[in-house]
Design a binder for this molecule. Sequence first.
Ligand code: PMP
Length: 457
Amino acid sequence: MFNDLAALDKRHLIHPVVPWRAHEKRGVTILKSGKGAYVTDADGNTLIDGFSGLWCVNAGYGQQTIVDAVKRQLEEMAYATNYFHYGNENAVRLAARLAELAPGDLNRVFFTLGGSDAIDSAIRMIRYYYNVTGRPAKKHMIALQRGFHGSSSLGSGLTALKNFHDDFDSPAPWQHHIASPYPYRNPVGQDPQAIIAASVQALKDKVAEIGADNVAAIFAEPVQGSGGVLVPPDGWFKAMREAARELDILFVADEVITGFGRTGPMFGSEYDGVVPDMMTIAKGLTSAYQPMGALMMSDALYAAIADSSPEARAIGHGFTYSGHPASAAAGLEAIRLYTEGGLLENGQKIAPRFAGGLQSLYDHPLVGDVRVRGLLAAVELVTDKECKTKPDAGLNISHHLARLSYEKRVIFRAFSDDIAGFAPPLCCSEDDIDIIVSRFREVLDELLLVNEIRTAA
Ligand code: PMP
């Protein structure tokens, strides 16, 4: 059966974010089942998932109460639209619960299917807001280098990863990027205050360059995820938020990864006490048991849009599956598990073990940087610690990392520039965390057995 699937995959299935021909050569690894932090593939191999799928299965696999909630809803009613003033109970209750949990007055929720369309919704609603409130020149949007804001037509230009731009005619002229805080490789050094000051200055300079009257918003992740898990200094997010306020531009917190306990608190913005104007969420919202994301906005922004929009005009933004009742059922139950179910608390309890374990890897010859916030982390590999030398591209480290990840039965993400990313489920025990770390150490030891890597290190 497996060979058959592999052949069908090769012939028909286009995978996200891989080189297509290289994928055909490598072939697919079919994952079949999951329980807690463990997944089993079609060959019967069990791996510990140190990445929660795609940093999304925050509650872990096999949470029966989420399955039951979705099943109950599907049995009662498969779909109930939110168009034409109809609604469904789960979507209403989930919106209200999110408003209760989100920082400040982020009390208004627009449901999407995932993170990319949440970002897209933010972009569209920001444009609409400035147009209907009489400031139509405010069109330009700023994001961070190495940031990730999804892969929709509009959002992919705010994303600042080269392979999301090259040959896609992206970014658009109204999309701009400023330097990432990236403490390990920041030209201003590693002093937290200097990094914060440099980022704030970069934002001010960029706004001055474009003209304050032309800038609509800045998008930022509390911790940059897909760019290589770049944990900024404490206070960085708050300083950027304050700068946005001063500059009279909207501050959008992209919490698609950092939401739902990933960095400790329910939302990453809370870590620095930030209340953004808009927040995008997805992934942990349903713990990936159903696809769902959302754009949350402040009461003030909602009121400005609602009251300035021509009365008879339907605000033309929406998806068939906005607020799908089965997805909302998964969201309500996932959130119940994070809160009353104790998962958020468990995540906070195991976080120091996770940080300690990863930091113990500093003694390894290849480990240059370990960065952790909550259960979100990265280990950056170098061939010379003193000079922070990036491994030569010819060493193909990320390829070896991906291979060894499977061989050692530990899932992490091998980023192309020799960074291993981790985001274990919040349901892990301390033993699970130790297994992730010890298997990753084995991966690093095996890397050193590759001749060219040993010679380079
Ligand atoms: N924003 C961030 C910060 C993300 O990490 C991602 C996905 N990794 C997205 C947006 C896009 O979300 P999705 O893949 O659900 O469209």
